[in-house]
Write a protein that binds this ligand. Structure first.
Ligand code: FES
Length: 102
């Protein structure tokens, strides 16, 4: 995942964090954030690449509609990052192309 920070927490928000692992690197993120918000605050701005054309994608709607925030969470592909709350120890990976059929 590429890291360029465009987002930050609002002033006065809780400073408590949990540690998640993003593409193998530990990152401290706000404890009440969803995965998409946490990754954006951490400077991640590419969450996946499309199966056709490998175009980069990042969250757009932040409410479960657009599916541009799909990531792998704890080994499960195609999870909507905007709909899942962070948890200490969570492992998040960027998605590249279509998921494997099982
Ligand atoms: S950002 Fe649109 S579904 Fe998650």
């Amino acid at each position: 995942m590429q890291n360029v920070s465009l987002f930050s927490q609002i002033a006065g928000a809780s400073s408590r964090t949990v540690r998640i692992v993003v593409d193998g690197s530990p990152v401290d993120v706000p404890e009440h954030a969803n995965v998409a918000a946490a990754l954006l605050c951490a400077g991640v701005n590419v969450f996946r690449h499309t199966p056709v054309g490998a175009a980069p994608r990042a969250p757009y709607c932040m409410m479960g509609v657009c599916f541009d925030c799909l990531v792998e969470i704890d080994g499960l592909p195609n999870q909507q990052a905007c709909m899942v709350r962070v948890r200490d120890g969570m492992k998040v990976k960027a998605m590249a192309g279509a998921r494997a059929l099982v």
